[in-house]
Design a binder for this molecule. Structure first.
Ligand code: ZN
Ligand code: ZN
Length: 142
């Protein structure tokens, strides 16, 4: 399993590449994640070695299949946990970021799918962000 910090980058890259279709250059990622460019460059090297991203000087970073699958799962787990905590457990929305951000690294896909199914495959988290669909979900656009 990739480290927590690798997961955080995957999560950030998902938003940058998939949800807002921007180029994931070192500069852009550094700005968006509020991290210094040298740290981003270093992390990109690590993620490339792990087979999670491809990197090109001109077009920036992009997911490999493996990286995209992991990123989708992280984002999905985070938003499903928020939904579960707010809608079912009754936790205040202002208190869910920490627990959701922690749980996202440790939920196996089967558990995320079980939560998704229990919640009837929700489309959005309580913030209105789209929840990427999983194997359990009926066919629908991401
Ligand atoms: Zn959310
Ligand atoms: Zn589902």
């Amino acid at each position: 399993m990739p480290s927590v910090s690798v997961d955080e980058y995957l999560e950030g890259l998902w938003v940058i590449r998939i949800e807002t279709a921007q180029a994931a250059s070192v500069k852009n990622v550094a700005k968006q994640l509020n991290i210094t460019p040298p740290s981003v460059a270093q992390m990109f090297g690590k993620m490339r070695a792990l087979g999670l991203i491809k990197y090109d000087k001109h077009s920036g970073a992009d997911f490999t299949r493996k990286g995209k699958r992991r990123a989708r799962h992280i984002v999905r787990s985070h938003r499903l946990m928020e939904k579960l905590l707010v809608d079912v457990v009754g936790v205040n929305l202002s208190k869910v970021e920490g627990p959701a951000c922690g749980a996202e690294h440790y939920l196996p896909e089967e558990v995320a799918d079980a939560i998704c199914t229990y919640l009837k495959h929700p489309r959005e988290c309580p913030h209105g962000e789209p929840i990427p669909k999983g194997k359990c979900c009926p066919q629908r656009k991401v």
